[in-house]
Write a protein that binds this ligand. Structure first.
Ligand SMILES: [Zn+2]
Length: 207
């Protein structure tokens, strides 16, 4: 996906400037204004407003004017124009913020879940591991006794944590047997070497 960042303008209000003569042709009450708000956007999503611009045109002589060309009273009138709230210009920022909150929330929820599952290993559990050599892999729990846990390490390693789940195929667990005391297993978890635990058939669903 390509992200396009830039600014766009949105028309907020149009109207006429009262009691003001055209600086060019002198026509009374014929100056019209358009106020635009500028906002930054990323692809289609507005992020936040960054400023305002105003366009002024005489309907008699069709000439355009700048804000500075007007009398102070007319400038004040424009400054006091009430604009609709433009909360929608923050919609992209709100989406990004919600996405971040959700990601952080699910990270801690997953971590929480692993913290419970680690204390009660079940045959078939798959542990996603951060290895000492910097790679990632997983192991499948084969057998649990009162004080030890026996597992088979995956034959393959992954470079990135998000690739670990793809390694989890039955044929990838062959003969790299490992065992831990239950205490050491919890220690691995506390040292953040166990990233995720997938338990089959939790609440009847395959997870
Ligand atoms: Zn004019």
């Amino acid at each position: 996906m390509i992200f396009l960042v830039g600014t766009r303008e949105s028309n907020m209000k149009n109207g006429s400037i009262l009691n003001e003569k055209c600086p060019n042709c002198g026509a009374q009450d014929d100056l019209y204004f358009s106020i635009y708000k500028r906002y930054t956007h990323i692809t289609l999503f507005p992020l936040f407003p960054v400023g305002k611009s105003v366009y002024i045109k005489c309907s008699q002589c069709n000439k355009n004017f700048d804000y500075e060309d007007l009398s102070e009273i007319a400038q004040l009138q424009l400054r006091n124009e009430k604009l609709d709230n433009s909360l929608w210009m923050f919609s992209g920022s709100i989406i990004i913020a919600l996405f971040l909150i959700f990601t952080i929330y699910s990270y801690f929820e997953k971590k929480d879940e692993a913290g419970i599952l680690i204390k009660n290993p079940i045959q078939g559990d798959v542990y996603n591991l951060k290895l000492n050599n910097g790679y990632y892999s997983n192991m499948r729990i084969d057998k649990i006794t009162t004080d030890s846990v026996y597992a088979t390490l995956n034959d393959f390693d992954a470079y990135m944590p998000n690739e670990i789940d793809d390694l989890n195929k039955p044929e990838n667990y062959s003969n790299r047997k490992v065992s831990y005391s239950r205490k050491d297993l919890i220690k691995l978890y506390q040292e953040n070497q166990i990233l995720k635990i997938t338990q089959k058939n939790v609440n009847g669903f395959s997870n």
